[in-house]
Unconditional design. Structure first.
Length: 278
C-alpha cells in the first residue's frame, strides 16, 4: 500500500493512542489541576498578606489603650489584637530582668532582647520587651544592659502574643545560663516570678531609651505584599500552557510523520519499474 494512503487510512493522529503519547496525556492531566491548585495557594497567601497588612495598619494607628483592658493572666492574645497600640503605667522590676537569646538587630547583627517584668499601677504584671542589645563576649555571661528609669513611668508599645517556638530546640530554661531564655512567654515568666503575668507581652516603643540602647524594635512592615499574586498568575499560565504545549507537540509529530510518509512515497515511486514500452 502506498505510504501516504496507509497513513491516512489508519488516521493521521492515530499515534496519540500509542503508549508514549498516552503517558504524556496522563502527565498533562495531572499537571493541570496541580498547577491550578498551586495558583490558588499563592492567591490565598496574597490575600492573607493583604489582610495582615490591613490589621497591622489599623492596630498601629489605633488610639493606645491600657494593656490590662486587652489581656489578663493566662490570656492568649488573639490575632485581631496583634500589634495593638497599648500603654502601661507602673514600675520596672529590674531585679528579674532577663535576656532572650539569638535575636537580630535592624542591621542584622545577632544579639539579645531585653525582657523585663513591669508591675502595673493598678495591680498585675506584664512583660516588656525593651529592645535589642549586643550579646556578651561570653555567651554564659549577662550582657551590658542599660538601667531602666526609676519610679513610676508610662510605657507605650505594641501588644504581641506569647512565643511558643524559638531559634533553638532549647525550651527548658534549666539548660540555659542564669537570666537567659529562648522564648518570650508569659506563662514561663509567671513560673519564674511565682506570680501571675498578663498573657502576651509589650514590644516597647516609648519612652525612647537614652543613648539608643536598648535598640527599639522596628514596627512591622505593612506595605509589602510580596510576590504571591505574581506567582499565582504564573502557575495559572503554566496550567494553560500544558494543553497548548500538548497540541503543539501533537501537530509537530503529525507534520514529521507526514514528511516521513511523503519521503517514503517518493522513494517508493522512484523504485517502481517503468512500464514496458509496446
Amino acid at each position: 500500500m502506498h505510504p501516504m494512503t496507509q497513513l491516512y487510512r489508519h488516521g493521521v493522529y492515530r499515534f496519540l493512542l500509542t503508549r508514549q503519547w498516552l503517558i504524556l496525556a496522563l502527565i498533562a492531566l495531572v499537571l493541570i489541576p496541580t498547577m491550578v491548585e498551586l495558583g490558588f495557594w499563592q492567591l490565598h497567601r496574597h490575600e492573607h498578606k493583604v489582610a495582615q497588612n490591613a490589621l497591622i495598619t489599623r492596630n498601629l494607628k489605633a488610639k493606645p489603650v491600657p494593656v490590662a483592658g486587652l489581656t489578663s493572666p493566662g490570656h492568649v492574645v488573639p490575632r485581631a489584637d496583634y500589634w495593638r497600640a497599648v500603654t502601661a503605667t507602673g514600675t520596672y522590676d529590674e531585679k528579674h530582668e532577663v535576656v532572650v537569646r539569638r535575636r537580630t538587630a535592624i542591621d542584622g547583627s545577632i544579639g539579645v532582647h531585653v525582657l523585663i517584668p513591669f508591675d502595673l499601677k493598678g495591680g498585675g504584671t506584664v512583660m516588656i520587651n525593651r529592645g535589642w542589645v549586643p550579646s556578651a563576649a561570653d555567651q554564659h555571661a549577662f550582657p551590658d544592659v542599660p538601667a531602666v528609669p526609676k519610679g513610676e513611668v508610662t510605657v507605650t508599645g505594641r501588644l504581641k502574643a506569647d512565643e511558643t517556638t524559638g531559634a533553638s530546640g532549647i525550651k527548658d530554661i534549666s539548660d540555659l545560663p542564669d537570666r537567659q531564655v529562648m522564648l518570650i512567654n508569659s506563662a514561663q515568666q509567671a513560673k519564674l516570678l511565682s506570680r501571675p503575668v498578663l498573657g502576651g507581652y509589650i514590644e516597647q516603643t516609648g519612652p525612647e531609651p537614652k543613648g539608643d540602647s536598648p535598640e527599639l524594635i522596628e514596627a512591622p512592615d505593612d506595605s509589602s505584599i510580596g510576590p504571591h499574586m505574581a506567582y499565582a498568575v504564573q502557575w495559572w499560565l503554566f496550567a494553560a500552557g500544558v494543553p497548548v504545549g500538548y497540541v503543539v507537540l501533537a501537530r509537530r509529530e503529525k507534520r514529521d510523520r507526514l514528511a516521513a510518509a511523503a519521503e517514503a512515497a517518493e522513494q517508493a515511486d522512484a523504485a517502481e519499474p517503468e512500464p514496458a514500452k509496446a
